[in-house]
Design a protein. Structure first.
Length: 201
């Protein structure tokens, strides 16, 4: 059992920290792309933005699936697969039933947005199962995918919103937060007050 200890003396400013057995958060190809997106957007070329969205709609769910192995989380892997299958099924059935023309009139598969649904599948699992350290950048990238589809005139805004909503609701149906056994304990010693966080190693 590793221990993270933060102690404050006569105030709230931390003066000592010890961390043992902490698990590093991986920088996947999808999550690390947050550093590249500002340059892509500044380039202001629809082709580059659309290509980035095409990449991320695959990379985000693959990242979520990969993290289940990184965390040795078989239950999370099963939850991911159930949510992804539900999302895919609902999106395809809805597309066939609605028959809505895309803004560019290329076909009648506009509603809901499949790329966006795929991206939000990965993001919602990462956040719900593993927390905001994964979820915050993942949701940002998923939102970019939705933007890229609107920018490419492949979807209207309501298509994007529907795709994101289907993915999030489908995954929330199955995904539960990972119980990592972390415990918090207050620490009071003399004139110092702090908190001990114990996490499994």
């Amino acid at each position: 059992m590793g221990t993270l200890k933060m102690v404050s003396f006569k105030g709230s400013r931390p003066v000592s920290r010890t961390r043992i057995g902490a698990t590093a958060i991986p920088c996947s190809s999808a999550l690390c792309m947050t550093t590249a997106l500002p340059a892509i957007i500044r380039a202001d070329t629809t082709g580059n933005i659309e290509a980035a969205g095409d990449f991320l709609q695959i990379a985000l769910p693959l990242t979520a699936f990969g993290v289940t192995y990184l965390e040795d989380d078989r239950e999370g892997r099963i939850q991911f697969l159930k949510g992804a299958a539900t999302t895919f099924g609902v999106v395809q059935v809805t597309k066939a039933g609605v028959d809505k023309w895309r803004p560019n009139y290329s076909d009648q598969n506009s509603y809901p947005a499949g790329h966006t649904a795929a991206a939000f599948t990965g993001a919602s699992v990462l956040q719900t199962r593993y927390g905001w350290q994964y979820g915050a950048p993942a949701y940002g990238l998923a939102g970019f995918v939705g933007y890229s589809r609107s920018r490419a005139e492949a979807h209207y805004s309501d298509d994007v919103l529907a795709g994101a909503s289907i993915a999030m609701l489908s995954n929330w149906l199955y995904t539960t937060p990972l119980d990592n056994g972390a415990t918090f304990q207050p620490s009071v010693t003399g004139d110092s007050v702090g908190v001990n966080l114990q996490v499994p190693t």
